[in-house]
Every structure is written in C-alpha cells, then in structure tokens.
Write a new protein. Structure first.
Length: 149
C-alpha cells in the first residue's frame, strides 16, 4: 500500500462483500435480526383479538398515508405501502452510507370468519398503521347467566 489509502475502493469492496453475504444468508439488520433493510418482506405486524374486534398494527416509518393501500376480501386483509427515499444530490459529495432505504410492503393477514367488512376502520399516526376489524354480533363471545331454581 502506498502513502494514501484508497477509501473509495475499500468502501466499494465492503459493499460488494455485504451484497454477497446478504444474497447468501438473507438481508439482516445491523443487530443480526431481520430489520429495516428487509421491510419489503418482513414488516412486523401485531394482531390482537379483542372481545368486539380484531386490531392489527404495523410500523411503517417514513411512509406517507397516501402511500398506504388496504383491502379486505374473503377474510383476508391486504396491506400495501411504499416509501421512496430520494438520495441527496449536488454539493459535490457522494452518499457513503444510508440507513433509510426505499422499500415496498405487500402483506396479507388471514382472519377467522366473522369480521364485519362494513365497519373496518384504519388510522395512521406517526408512522404506525392501526386497522380495526369489528366482529359481527354473532361472532362476539357472550356470557350466559345460569339461573337457579
């Protein structure tokens, strides 16, 4: 090695190795778990069953509400969303590292029978999508009092 270390070549080599490892083992976040780099296939959902409804939440950081699409058909909720991050340009510099990738989400959640499609509501606050899917009246659990003679 000469008196100057070629940082550009080293970063390019590291990027090439990272791409090869990602292709071999699957993309993983910096902590070794699937993370933001794989949001296209690994969006983490939480599904809660409440007495009167199902509630599904999904974290979609940096996604605009108008980029979220929801559909419900045949007992399946489908979520599609996209985040496009523009790379900074101009100023004579190059982006060396960015942890805000663009991504696309396409997930489907199958729910048990008994969802009332007319009452489905969705809210999107601070990058968290919450979808409430009410149960039909006959699908809700009911407590039956026992009479004594």
């Amino acid at each position: 090695m000469g008196p100057w270390f070629d940082v550009d070549a080293a970063v390019a080599d590291l990027d090439a190795v990272t791409r090869q490892l990602d292709a071999l083992f699957g993309q993983r976040g910096l902590d070794g778990r699937h993370g933001l780099r794989t949001l296209g296939t690994e969006v983490e959902l939480a599904v809660r069953e409440l007495p009167e409804a199902w509630e599904i939440t999904a974290e979609l950081p940096g996604v605009a509400a108008e980029q979220v699409q929801l559909a419900f058909a045949d007992g399946t909720l489908t979520l599609k969303a996209e985040r496009k991050v523009a790379r900074p340009e101009g100023g004579g510099g190059k982006v060396r590292y960015a942890e805000r990738p663009s991504f696309a989400v396409d997930r489907a959640v199958r729910l048990p029978e008994g969802v009332d499609p007319e009452g489905i509501a969705a809210a999107f606050t601070h990058g968290v999508l919450t979808v409430t899917l009410p149960k039909r009246a006959q699908a809700q659990p009911r407590t039956i009092p026992v009479q004594t003679a």
